[in-house]
Design a protein. Structure first.
Lengths: 119, 111
């Protein structure tokens, strides 16, 4: 259980275009999803927290008008990189919060990531 | 502020040996810690977690130790296998639902 998928797995786009990445929880409902960015050989950096039915909460330094997040249902969150530039090239990973069960605290399960390359 | 760091960025072990990956954290208010494994080009995979009211937890071939006195977390992998080669991240949750990730340790298992 607790499977998270992302689509697409990779995308190449031209500078100035917009790219949408989907994150889906396949076998559970997630009221909260998270979007991370990871540069090569670096750790994951939280970009924003996506809450179903409300506005996303962005981390300091992340432009909300550039990285549009929509959490339209309990199983789907989307990240749109608007007017993408080469510096936006990165590995984008989403996660969804799900209970482990047995009284354990909720934990985050991650999607496989989306490799974005902006030419 | 919250931060999670690592003692060693790389670790190389022989197949069959035990591996120990360390992590230091700075937020004494963190109540929950998780170890993730990330293979190249993939998302992080949950390995094991531990609450702050525990000091040890065992899973299948893995053990997590938590020392709150010195704010140190470790992941022990028994009988390390080539398939264990990956980057391992510790993460802490410090009072909110957000996770803060450490820098990661790259584990290489030599046959």
């Amino acid at each position: 259980g607790a499977v998270v998928s992302q689509h697409p797995s990779w995308v190449i786009c031209k500078s100035g275009t917009s790219v949408k990445i989907e994150c889906r929880s396949l076998d559970f409902q997630a009221t909260t999803m998270f979007w991370y960015r990871q540069f090569p050989k670096q750790s994951l950096m939280l970009m924003a927290t996506s809450n179903e039915g409300s506005k996303a909460t962005y981390e300091q330094g992340v432009e909300k008008d550039k990285f549009l997040i929509n959490h339209a249902s309990l199983t789907l969150s989307t990240l749109t990189v608007t007017s993408a530039h080469p510096e936006d090239s990165s590995f984008y990973i989403c996660s969804a919060r799900a209970p482990l069960g047995g009284g354990a605290p909720d934990t985050q399960y991650f999607g496989p990531g989306t490799r974005l390359t902006v030419l | 502020g919250e931060s999670v760091g690592l003692h060693l960025p790389t670790l190389s072990v022989q197949e069959g040996d035990n591996s120990i990956i360390n992590c230091a954290y700075s937020n004494s208010a963190s109540d929950y810690f998780i170890w993730y494994k990330q293979e190249s080009g993939k998302g992080p995979q949950f390995i094991i977690d531990i609450r702050s009211n525990m000091d040890k937890r065992q899973g299948q071939r893995v053990t997590v130790l938590l020392n709150k006195t010195v704010k140190h977390l470790s992941l022990q992998i028994a009988a390390t296998q080539p398939g264990d080669s990956a980057v391992y991240f510790c993460a802490e949750r410090g009072g909110s639902e957000k996770l803060v990730f450490g820098k990661g340790t790259k584990l290489t298992v030599n046959p």
